[in-house]
Design a binder for this molecule. Sequence first.
Ligand SMILES: *[C@@H]1O[C@H](CO)[C@@H](O)[C@H](O)[C@H]1NC(C)=O
Ligand SMILES: *[C@@H]1O[C@H](CO)[C@@H](O)[C@H](O)[C@H]1NC(C)=O
Ligand SMILES: *[C@@H]1O[C@H](CO)[C@@H](O)[C@H](O)[C@H]1NC(C)=O
Ligand SMILES: *[C@@H]1O[C@H](CO)[C@@H](O)[C@H](O)[C@H]1NC(C)=O
Length: 388
Amino acid sequence: MRPSLPLSGLVTSVAAVNLYVSSYAGTITSLQLTQDTNGSYSLSQVAVNEDSAPNPSWLTKDEYNDIIYCVDEGLTVPNGSLASYKTSPSGELTKIDRHTVISGPVSSVVYNGGKGLALAHYSGSSVSSWSILPSGGTKLLQEFTFTLSKPGTDPDRQDAPHPHEALVDPTDSFIVVPDLGADLVRVFSIDHATSKLTESTPFNAVPGSGPRHGTFLVSGDTTYFFLVTELGNTLTSYTVTYGKGTLTFNEVFTSGIFGTKPTPEGAAAAECLLSPDKKFILTSTRNVTVFQIPNFDPTNSTLIPSDTVQSWAIDSCTGHLNFKQNAPAGGFFPRQFSVNKDGTLAAVGLQYDSRVVLIERDVKDGTFGKFVAEIDIPGQITSVIFDD
Ligand SMILES: *[C@@H]1O[C@H](CO)[C@@H](O)[C@H](O)[C@H]1NC(C)=O
Ligand SMILES: *[C@@H]1O[C@H](CO)[C@@H](O)[C@H](O)[C@H]1NC(C)=O
Ligand SMILES: *[C@@H]1O[C@H](CO)[C@@H](O)[C@H](O)[C@H]1NC(C)=O
Ligand SMILES: *[C@@H]1O[C@H](CO)[C@@H](O)[C@H](O)[C@H]1NC(C)=O
């Protein structure tokens, strides 16, 4: 954050924050978000990095260091890659190192107090663990590759295990991996001395549901896990019980991704986040253009078909979720989105519209409000994160 400098009305910017956007076009684009003294926001491109080509699929900000990890899915080549970048106040990224990895990484998470990084490999049916070096570079620790004895309920999408996200539990003692192909939530315990993972008993999700993304919440003595399934289009709450090297999940609530409304044909639920104040679950659903929104180009009268984001209020006593809102996401295929630290803005990557939008959030009632900034970025947008 930069302080306001009222120089005879010349400087109108009161705040600036960087965002990073990954695109299948082979780029990580650095954006600067500024807010003018009159309150209006704008997003501008400050740098484009092509070191993670061909297909950056996910960015993770290391909250322990000023490092960004980018996994590249390598869609048309045999392997993916993992790269580390040093961030800078200007938004420019400097590559630290890059490694070839098992094919198709789509998510990463920092664990063990900033010493470990876990990757979920969708097409490579694997989870890998990495040591984070003092330089911010990484070194391979372990690879776990999974198989299915027969295809799942949806043989097209469940031909093989497809780990879709790597998450760390709130005690930083377990890595949890929703597996879309195997209908599992895989569980690994963390060895704090070495950052090595030990595979534990997975949780069996509903057959054919396709677990995709999740998030944890600690409330008093209770730990909850919230899971979005992509094929079933559900949002489910579980209480989590800790054992010796194990986690047990007990369902306490489940709903279709549109609450009490029926899920539209073709829907593909995607993101699942906890709001920074821990009071709301925020989700996105692709391929459900139930909204037509005004064009972001004010001279263009053509409406834009828009997929959706959802807001759910958490009852922290029971883990039940109250569906609050289905709001326009800003275009087609909100594959991933993220929220700034104070929870006032959501940055949404619209994969098939090659667009990033910022949506205002009301932190009190948890709802999404109006679009406050927008920028077009070439290629399919795969993730957008704040560096705030
Ligand atoms: C706010 O100021 C900027 C210039 O600093 C201008 O482009 C924009 O139109 C203004 N917005 C409003 C709502 O007045
Ligand atoms: C490349 O990907 C293949 C298939 O996932 C895997 O078996 C192999 O180990 C990978 N190579 C490296 C260097 O990770
Ligand atoms: C979107 O949904 C339609 C059915 O409404 C389906 O035919 C199509 O394959 C879906 N597209 C994607 C990319 O999932
Ligand atoms: C107006 O917007 C539509 C929808 O985004 C787009 O397809 C069209 O190319 C735009 N027209 C012009 C002249 O920019």
